[in-house]
Design a protein around this ligand. Structure first.
Ligand code: FAD
Length: 324
């Protein structure tokens, strides 16, 4: 693909970047030879949500995660919150923030402006995503008329804009729009070849899915296959919400995991949240332990902005002390 000229001009940060986080790249943090963990947050909807997020941030900060990532929504206000809060994470905590960015409803000029805002806030780690159609994640994808088609194009854009460490998404069970796992792996490798430094996977429950993805990537391109693939884990705390999340991302919770969660949920009108939570933490711990044994560089926890379940899994895995 061609690289238009406007991709090439670098973004110059205008604000003083945090000396602690701006200089630290995710790659250095996850390539240290010992298993690390990282966490994902989402921009909160209101003040109460923001207070909850900051409690979680402070609880997890003490465990020194390799990085914390902040998702990027579809609407203007939630996007502004992502930029603002990720910037605050860079300047007001010891954490290394990763800002997500999607191509949804953005022209290239707008994407450049968002990247500029990230750079101004001292953020040097960006996760490059295509995103999904707003309102209907499984609906037909429509590129912005002056925007980008694939995440691969966004990786190239970021590479041309400055000294960013760039991550991309990976899908152990295959992306819901992919027709088969082999073409999915080839498209994933294309993002790595375009300049992505590492990847983070969608949540999954079977270690084999991650291991097979790793094998497929190595078979397509051994050199790119050496780049780190961070494994996405969700400690389930609600049967209903994990089913909904899987549905929205075109996934299915594997039958064996679903059976354990359903058994814990019981047959009452309301699911037994405490029992589901305990099974969810146990399932995530089993998955994490196997992945660590298989040499995964980093476990990425989908936290939903809460610290407790993630802290318990980390404690049981021996990645932090005093929890579990
Ligand atoms: P792409 O890599 O562009 O792939 C999209 C589809 O196109 C895939 O089926 C792929 O195989 C195919 N494809 C790629 N290149 C080609 C090609 N050259 N020719 C033909 N087909 C091709 N969404 C958000 O809105 N906000 C977020 O913050 C967010 N964070 C995420 C974080 C992680 C770790 C993950 C795993 C997903 C996240 N998502 C987020 C969801 C993501 O945006 C969707 O899953 C989206 O559908 C795919 O994004 P992608 O970057 O993988 O797209």
């Amino acid at each position: 693909m061609t690289t238009p000229a406007f991709y090439a001009a670098a973004v110059t940060p205008t604000a003083q970047a945090s000396p602690t986080s701006a200089t630290r790249s995710v790659l250095a943090r996850i390539n240290g030879g010992r298993p690390r963990f990282s966490v994902e947050f989402s921009p909160p909807r209101d003040g109460a949500g923001e207070a909850q997020l900051w409690r979680t941030v402070r609880q997890l900060e003490q465990f020194d995660p390799a990085f914390v990532s902040m998702t990027y929504g579809a609407g203007g206000s939630t996007r502004d919150r992502t930029v603002r809060i990720t910037g605050a994470l860079a300047t007001e905590t010891t954490l290394v923030p990763v800002a997500h960015l999607t191509a949804v409803n953005h022209s290239v000029a707008e994407l450049r402006a968002v990247v500029g805002s990230y750079a101004d806030a001292g953020i040097r780690n960006v996760l490059a995503l295509r995103g999904d159609p707003p309102g209907d994640p499984l609906g037909a994808w429509r590129r912005h008329p002056e925007g980008l088609e694939y995440a691969e194009d966004l990786v190239r854009l970021l590479r041309g804009l400055g000294d960013f460490t760039v991550g991309v998404a990976a899908f152990p069970e295959g992306h819901h729009r992919s027709t088969d796992l082999d073409s999915d792996a080839r498209h994933f490798v294309a993002k790595l070849r375009a300049g992505a430094d590492y990847a983070i996977t969608q949540m999954f429950f079977r270690p084999e899915d991650y291991l097979r993805l790793r094998d497929r990537v190595a078979a397509v391109d051994a050199e790119q296959g050496r780049k780190p693939i961070v494994a996405g884990i969700m400690p389930v705390t609600s049967l209903r919400s994990v089913q909904r999340m899987a549905e929205l991302s075109g996934q299915q919770v594997p039958a064996e995991v679903l059976a354990r969660l359903e058994h814990a949920a019981g047959t009452g009108a309301e699911e037994d949240r405490a029992a589901v939570r305990e099974v969810g933490v146990q399932v995530a711990t089993e998955l994490g332990a196997r992945l660590i044994a298989e040499g995964v560089p980093c476990l990425h926890f989908y936290t939903l902005n809460f610290a407790r379940a993630t802290s318990e899994v980390l404690g049981r895995l021996g990645l932090v002390t005093g929890h579990g």
